[in-house]
Design a protein around this ligand. Structure first.
Ligand code: CNA
Length: 358
């Protein structure tokens, strides 16, 4: 991996991150036994640990979430070596995007630009009422969280919360838009009749895709009548696309760091990259493993489904790499092999204690 990065052939890295990258900062992850946040919530007798992020449960009992939110409020923790590794990739101009499931905002504390980061599960940057959706004063919410009390909406009396995505809530439109652009890209024309705009298609062929201008028309369109070929809407799942079609890929390396990949749809991003893109997992445990033999590799794109996953131990593995260790060590080792260790050290040293960090 170090060799191909050093060669300069890698230009658009996507990093997919989870709670593990912030563990060294002192923020426990969710599922590590004995130290995870779920364990710390035991006193609330939650029906299941995930209930803390369940919107229906929150309406009944917001206290566990408020307790957790207090723990994770931005400004309390410092970024880790892994966060600075992401910054280094940005500085080198080879970072396409960071998809983080974390809500702690440490990517920004490390200096990553807003356009480079997708906070898949939202964050604390804004707040709203869960009933009437009225935007709320963030400082007020923050003060209430610190005081351990809920915030009541002035307009309708409903409960308010930061813009963190709960189970049962849709991820942001920005997540879906950026995913479509960053992952496997097939150059096709928009499905709208007479539109010549280029647009994107995800690898499962699951839906017709329209250019930005026509996305909102999608529901009302008779796409089957389009004269433009190939029309993704007319392809059945798994149908082979003409080999002469220009298949280009926005991402050329996927790094997956510190996540159990248990939460969809983010977990599915691993299988969204083009099948020739190398994938590296830097994690304490091997996760999201391929577990069957039902893939039909004669078809392109391969179907997205339970048969996907990392193929570390499979004979036919040609692109998946497992670095089973703490991600700070994995990032440092990789930097050492590439020859970037001093630059990483500089970043960690210079940024430490800079404004905004606790
Ligand atoms: P998770 O399910 O708790 O998994 C964490 C993974 O990281 C596990 O596989 C661990 O083995 C691994 N791990 C732990 N420490 C390290 C380390 N130092 N180096 C490498 N690997 C390590 O967390 P996910 O992110 O996969 O789950 C998604 C949830 C967790 C998201 O919705 C987050 O919002 C939520 N979460 C966020 C934070 C945060 O913002 N920092 C903290 C805890 C949970």
């Amino acid at each position: 991996m170090a060799d191909i990065i050093r060669s300069g052939n890698i230009k658009r890295i996507i990093c997919l991150c989870g709670a593990g990258i912030s563990v060294a900062a002192g923020i426990p992850d969710f599922r590590t036994k004995g130290t995870g946040l779920y364990d710390n919530l035991e006193k609330y007798n939650l029906p299941s640990p995930e209930s803390v992020f369940d919107i229906e449960y929150f309406r009944e009992n917001p206290k566990p979430f408020i307790c957790l939110a207090k723990e994770l409020l931005p400004g309390t923790y410092k970024p880790t070596t892994t966060h600075y590794f992401l910054k280094l990739l940005q500085d080198k101009g080879i970072l396409l995007r960071v998809y983080t499931q974390n809500i702690d905002g440490l990517e920004f504390s490390a200096g990553l630009r807003e356009d480079k980061v997708i906070q898949c599960h939202g964050g604390f940057q804004s707040s709203h009422c869960v009933d009437c959706n009225e935007p709320q004063d963030n400082d007020r919410i923050r003060a209430d969280i610190i005081a351990g009390q809920e915030t009541i909406c002035d307009v309708c009396g409903g409960l308010c919360k930061p813009a963190i995505t709960f189970f049962g809530e849709r991820l942001s439109p920005r997540f879906y838009r950026t995913r479509a652009a960053d992952f496997t890209r097939l150059s096709i024309k928009c499905c709208h009749k007479d539109c010549e705009e280029e647009t994107t298609l995800l690898p499962d062929n699951s839906r017709g895709v329209f250019c930005d201008k026509h996305t909102s028309d999608a529901a009302s369109l008779g796409v089957a009548n389009t004269s433009i070929s190939p029309s993704p809407a007319s392809l059945s799942p798994g149908e082979r696309i003409n080999e002469s079609d220009d298949i280009s890929c926005a991402c050329d390396l996927l790094l997956v760091l510190g996540t159990s990949l248990c939460v969809a749809p983010v977990s599915g991003l691993v299988d969204d990259v083009h099948w020739l893109v190398p994938r590296v997992l830097m994690n304490r445990e091997a996760v999201h493993l391929y577990s069957g033999d039902k893939d039909d590799w004669s078809q392109w794109p391969p179907k997205i489904g339970p048969d996907n996953g990392f193929r570390f131990n499979c004979d036919d593995n040609y692109r998946d790499v497992l670095c089973q260790m703490d991600c700070d060590d994995a990032c440092r080792n990789l930097c050492a092999l590439i020859g970037w260790e001093n630059e990483l050290d500089e970043l960690v040293k210079n940024e430490e204690g800079s404004p905004g960090h606790a």
